[in-house]
Each structure stands twice: as structure tokens, then as C-alpha cells.
Design a binder for this molecule. Structure first.
Ligand SMILES: *[C@@H]1O[C@H](CO)[C@@H](O)[C@H](O)[C@H]1NC(C)=O
Ligand SMILES: *[C@@H]1O[C@H](CO)[C@@H](O)[C@H](O)[C@H]1NC(C)=O
Ligand SMILES: *[C@@H]1O[C@H](CO)[C@@H](O)[C@H](O)[C@H]1NC(C)=O
Ligand SMILES: *[C@@H]1O[C@H](CO)[C@@H](O)[C@H](O)[C@H]1NC(C)=O
Length: 204
């Protein structure tokens, strides 16, 4: 009797421990504890395509994210927007470089156009996420899908820039200046979709 009680107690502790290690959002830590906010970001980022970039890009905002899935998602979108904008600035500056070939300036212009579309899509997703959090049931689901589609659209534009460079293997130096940042933004956007996918349903 006593033994089976202890066994079932142990089992339920194990169950709780494994459930909480799987749960994405540790709860109950005091607000203002940036150690636990950093931990929350690490655990949440573990579900993303590129956890390293995810943690690097979000941990500067730990004190504002705390342990809120919603703030995590909006911060990820804001960070993505900032990264798109800085990539646009980079490309604008490169376009002013002297001695670009016809092909090089064509690639830069094409990517610049893609980034404008990406920025538009991602900006749209912010409104859709706002709508999502204001709704329930099927409406929630619809805005959720819309937001993911918009962020996916933004990501596609960065893939496309990368693809166009891939078609021009002879463009070597310019590629080295542009593509690492473009790939980075693709990963940041992909991570953002993963976070929306995983945590949009979480409360807080
Ligand atoms: C802050 O969070 C960390 C990780 O969850 C925990 O180890 C630590 O005890 C917390 N500190 C305070 C002051 O609550
Ligand atoms: C991330 O996931 C791996 C594999 O599931 C696990 O070993 C690791 O502890 C996790 N890290 C965090 C910070 O949750
Ligand atoms: C994201 O950016 C918008 C506009 O700049 C701002 O109003 C909002 O508070 C930001 N959200 C987070 C979670 O940082
Ligand atoms: C990628 O993005 C992260 C987070 O914003 C940044 O710290 C890093 O410098 C970026 N790397 C490149 C190659 O752009």
C-alpha cells in the first residue's frame, strides 16, 4: 500500500517533470527575472530552424519579452522587420558602388524589389497577428494561417534573391557581400514562422 503510493507518487513526479521539460513556456518565474527570460527564449528557440540565430537575435530583448509567448512572437516579427530594413540599406549602398557590371546592378535591383515586397508582407503579418490575438475559434485559426502565409511570403522573397545570385555563379565578390545577410534574414524569418506556429496558441 505505502509502496504503491510511493511508486505512483514517483511516477507522477516523473510525468510532471517530463511534461514541463517538453512544455515550451516555463511558467511561474517572477517577472523581471531576465535569467528565466533568457531561459524561456532558449527553450522556445529550440523548436526553430536555426536556434543559434534565434537566441542571438531575441536575447537582447529578454527583459521586454519576459516569458510571454505573445511578446516573443511580436519581438521576432519586429527583429525580422529591422533585419529586412538593414538588408535594404546594404543593397542600396552597394547599388551606389562604382564599376558594377550590368549583371551585378541587375541582381541588386531585383533583390531590392524583392525586399520591398518582403517588407510589405511582414508588415501585413503584424496586423494579422493583432487580429489573431483579438479572435477565437475559426477566426483565430484563419488569422493564424494568414499571418504564417505573409511571413512565408516575406521569406520567399529572400529565397528568390538568393536563387537569382545562384544563377550567376560568376558574380563572386558581390555575392560575398550580399548573400550571408540574405541567408541570415531567411533564417530569421523561418524562425519567426516556427515561433508563430508553436506559440500562437499559448496564453500570456
Ligand atoms: C531566475 O530564473 C532562473 C532560471 O529559471 C532561476 O534559476 C533563478 O532562481 C531565478 N531567480 C530568481 C531571483 O527568481
Ligand atoms: C534543445 O533540444 C535538445 C534536443 O531535444 C535538448 O538536448 C536540449 O537540452 C534543448 N535545449 C534547450 C535549451 O531546451
Ligand atoms: C514592435 O514594433 C511596434 C512598432 O514599432 C511597436 O509598437 C511594438 O511595441 C513592438 N513590439 C514589441 C513586442 O517589441
Ligand atoms: C545575422 O543576424 C543576427 C541577429 O540579428 C546578427 O547578430 C548577425 O550579425 C547577422 N549575421 C549576418 C551575416 O548578417
Amino acid at each position: 500500500m505505502a509502496n504503491s503510493f510511493i511508486v505512483s507518487l514517483l511516477l507522477s513526479i516523473l510525468y510532471i517533470a517530463s511534461a514541463s521539460s517538453q512544455s515550451a513556456a516555463p511558467v511561474g518565474s517572477p517577472a523581471g527575472n531576465t535569467t528565466s527570460a533568457q531561459e524561456f527564449i532558449k527553450v522556445s528557440c529550440n523548436v526553430t530552424t536555426d536556434p543559434t540565430i534565434c537566441v542571438d537575435s531575441l536575447s537582447p530583448y529578454a527583459s521586454s519579452i519576459q516569458e510571454s509567448p505573445r511578446r516573443l512572437i511580436f519581438t521576432a516579427v519586429n527583429v525580422s522587420l529591422a533585419n529586412i530594413q538593414s538588408t535594404m540599406t546594404l543593397v542600396d549602398n552597394l547599388k551606389k558602388m562604382k564599376g558594377l557590371t550590368f549583371i551585378e546592378s541587375g541582381l541588386l535591383s531585383s533583390c531590392a524589389e524583392m525586399f520591398v515586397l518582403g517588407l510589405r508582407d511582414l508588415t501585413t503579418s503584424r496586423g494579422q497577428l493583432d487580429d489573431m490575438y483579438k479572435s477565437k475559434g475559426p477566426d483565430f485559426k484563419q488569422h493564424f494561417e494568414e499571418a504564417k502565409t505573409s511571413i512565408g511570403g516575406a521569406e520567399y522573397n529572400f529565397f528568390f534573391c538568393n536563387y537569382e545570385f545562384d544563377q550567376r555563379k560568376e558574380v563572386v565578390k558581390l555575392r560575398a557581400l550580399v548573400i550571408p545577410t540574405v541567408v541570415n534574414v531567411s533564417h530569421i524569418l523561418s524562425n519567426t514562422i516556427d515561433l508563430v506556429d508553436k506559440f500562437a496558441n499559448a496564453t500570456g
